[in-house]
Design a protein around this ligand. Sequence first.
Ligand SMILES: NC(=O)c1ccc[n+]([C@@H]2O[C@H](COP(=O)([O-])OP(=O)(O)OC[C@H]3O[C@@H](n4cnc5c(N)ncnc54)[C@H](OP(=O)(O)O)[C@@H]3O)[C@@H](O)[C@H]2O)c1
Length: 249
Amino acid sequence: MAGNTLRDKVAVVGGGEKNLGGLVSRTFAEAGAKVVVHYHSSESEAGQTVKAIEEAGGQAVSVQGDLTKVADVRRLFDTAVDTYGGADIAVNTTGMVLRKPILETTEEEYDRMFGVNAKAAYFFIQEAGRRLNDHGKIISLGTSLLAAFTDGYSTYAGGKAPLEHFTRAAAKEFAERGISVNTVAPGPMDTPFFYGQETPERVEFHKSQAMGNQLTQIEDIVPVIRFLATEGWWFTGQTMFPNGGYTTR
Ligand SMILES: NC(=O)c1ccc[n+]([C@@H]2O[C@H](COP(=O)([O-])OP(=O)(O)OC[C@H]3O[C@@H](n4cnc5c(N)ncnc54)[C@H](OP(=O)(O)O)[C@@H]3O)[C@@H](O)[C@H]2O)c1
């Protein structure tokens, strides 16, 4: 399909200030997209990301929001419409991780985990479906744990698991308008998000289980997201598990 480039597109990036989302924001802007950089608590990182984009000649605006609140999700898309006249691409990189045995998990932890990983993801997809222009692209971040048989991550993997169903349903429901909806599910990724839950021994274990004995880098995942936002438009309703190869890097 012609026109599937990032040039002059408007991208809303949930968690677009740092780590994976920060690199999505900068990469999309370098390719000519105007970016709405959402952040939750990291105002200074959001400012740095917007500044870096502007210094490179791109356009970006930051907006704060707790995406477990539907009104904040809506405000994110309002910002895209008010600032740039609409939105074409919505990437949601927000998430929250917890490694804890089921027997020790509190009600408050369960609610917080499902609030960010499931509820925020759902209403982000809903609002994107309402607000994106025809032929828009919606991309959510899952985790390779969706395909794992493991302990400790019940509320994280369990909280992200509904994403696959949200994605499939939205892909069908938004197809009439040519909007594609996908989930990208990386393995353990080399960001502070991962290390907070793991011991050095378990980090080595995760590396040993990965292709090429290495953690995923954010630079490995951004091209997958970019592909889905451009030439990969023929994919919809899918969960992609980018997993590296023996000859990577
Ligand atoms: N790192 C890994 O090992 C790994 C592996 C597979 C998949 N993933 C997924 O990849 C995505 C990006 O992860 P990352 O490693 O780049 O870490 P990250 O930068 O910490 O990404 C998580 C983002 O979610 C935001 N967030 C948390 N609670 C929120 C809320 N209530 N409202 C709005 N935003 C909220 C965080 O903001 P604050 O920090 O300000 O709260 C942060 O921007 C996540 O969805 C994660 O589940 C990560």
